[in-house]
Design a protein around this ligand. Sequence first.
Ligand SMILES: [Zn+2]
Length: 119
Amino acid sequence: MSDMFWEYSGGGYAGGGSRSGGSGVESSAKIDILEDRIDRLMLTCMAMWSLIQEETKLSEEDLLERIKAIDLMDGVADGKVTRQVAKCGKCDRPMSPRHARCIYCGHERLVMSAFDTLV
Ligand SMILES: [Zn+2]
């Protein structure tokens, strides 16, 4: 199960033998890989939701309502969660969610949620 998520299905996109196409070919291959990962994530989300519905009394309306509420947590109803630029807890400078430590003072970023570690 765990391999399904974190590894690309081996050797899928080297195709054609020539790399002379440059970054356009590489970008296209990366998009294919990302689409494949999104498809697998969607399948897994649907399976999890199906199990949750079987085991609880939660309805489709409950899910849609929660999606709306979480969408609005970043202040914009745009169908996605936009990561906010956090401030360093020590020096108060802006801190990228991609960095585990402040690039100015080295202070370690606090993980407040399991989703903080997903960039
Ligand atoms: Zn800092």
